[in-house]
Write a protein that binds this ligand. Sequence first.
Ligand code: TPP
Length: 633
Amino acid sequence: MHLSEITHPNQLHGLTVRQLEEIARQIREKHLQTIAASGGHLGPGLGVVELTLALYQTLDLDRDKVVWDVGHQAYPHKLITGRYNEFHTLRQKDGVAGYLKRSENVFDHFGAGHASTSISAALGMALARDAKGEEFKCVAVIGDGALTGGMALEAINHAGHLPDTNLMVVLNDNEMSISPNVGAISRYLNKVRLSDPVQFLTDNLEEQVKHLPFLGDSLTPEMERLKDSMKRLAVSKVGAVIEELGFKYFGPVDGHNLEELIRTFKQAHKAKGPTLVHVATVKGKGYAIAEKDQVGYHAQKPFDLATGKAFPSKKPTPPSYSKVFAHALTTLAENNPKIVGITAAMATGTGLDKLQQRLPKQYIDVGIAEQHAVTLAAGLACEGMRPVVAIYSTFLQRAYDQIIHDVCIQKLPVFFCLDRAGIVGADGPTHQGMYDIAYLRLIPNIVLMAPKDEAELQRMLVTGIEYTDGAIAMRYPRGSGIGAPLMEDGWEPLPIGKGEILRNGDDILLIGYGAMVHSTLQVAEILSEHGISATVINARFVKPLDSELIAPLAKQIGKVATFEEGCLMGGFGSAVCEALQDHDVLVPVKRFGIGDVLVDHATPAESKAAHGLTPAQMAESIRAAFFQKDAAK
Ligand code: TPP
């Protein structure tokens, strides 16, 4: 059978190990070809090919439910659940999503993108199953990285307390998060994987029995069982913590040995209550370049399969915001030992790996533990340190109460640097940095700012470091800046809550926030071609908003438009409307941003066009709203 013929995972039933190995080879081939062409997550999927096939062969997928954590490793799952033919559209507009979506496929039982949710969701399904008197298996597949997340541990704590609830947790342990995994649990799992007795038994038993002439070359079924039980005996010592938590522990299993995997899953399915199958996998398995550089090939831009090298971009691009941020932060930290950069398992994404390399004592990776990262920062701030939490806008959502309860109520000077704020592109709705303006703006004791370009980011970084009256947050987008000339050093802080006028005109007031300021200027340019002159403000701060600058100009000019890359509800434009209302300036305001909808995966340019956010679309819409007689109807 060829992979392309598998449209239902139950077609794996009855295939021999040899046949499964051939399917595994085809999955790797398709996976590699697709990611090399379109970019995306590479190593995670390659590591779980055998795990997926073995697990699915032991399940009845018409009934049983598998919940994949994060979803970035679920490409083998996608390839055997009817998406082979569209797989080449991965992460492209209207194509197969890069993560899991309930709406995409009946076998995607739970949507994901953020980590550490799978055990909670699968346990919820299991409890519902039991309440309804139904029978099916619920399985959560979670990586050792995702297991550093608090919610996964909360779910284990709960499940371990429910001896009558059948639930299987498959731990895909490759010792890696995006970067090498951190923390005491990871260290413990490593010990289980590598414990001397287990290592000794697995490495030597087969070899040793060969010296017993009556056994011949291979192990008899009895010897196999003996080997298994000896291994379990050895493991039970080191796997004791997991058993103590109320889970029956199976493993560690070689995650690339189909026979061993199938045998272990079958055994574990027979057990009652919560079980944990510990599978030892290699991230990037089967593609030597990815096995060697597991951090670099967690995800990749389109690349040449033969060399592993990313294709050079067509035109040179300016450095990314993350890069400018990391360089500036490292420079500042060199002169200020109180600065501590904190990441929640996103060292490379945020650029904090630069700080780690240069100043390891001023760098902390807490694992996928955003809540802990924020309260840890609050503790550091209590003792006079200068914590800088570098985090993606979307992942900070995890730590909302910590921001309110542990930082803002206590008026602690924590500096949040929100990367990937705004439209993020191919990662889709789970990763859009859409809500931070709205969810932070309503909290007292926090200043919110966004640079118009990468040079202003340097100044805002100094502003944030020097501000100690409470919390402060800076948001900036994914990808390259506009190429604004950077200063090597000597960055001046900005006055808190002050915007700047970038252009003067009489017909309309355009107010941009952050990366949208550039588009705002382009809108002004297009409008001027139609004889409409605009005043353009770079707001710099949404909180405190520069009402002293905005309100009189709005009153004088009489028409306002606001521009943001974020949700409109509660966002920057809302802040402007509220401020104008508070100043009794009752003028029409047109707000540009994202309405009450999700932004699907596509390129950022495609998403902007789909949501009416290109400069041409916005200029046209302004003309239609305010200057009707000139605009095309
Ligand atoms: N924080 C949250 C809440 N969700 C995320 N998806 C991330 C951060 C970013 N992220 C995506 S995958 C990943 C991280 C940190 C590593 C996951 O490691 P693991 O679960 O071990 O899976 P592996 O990639 O090793 O297969």
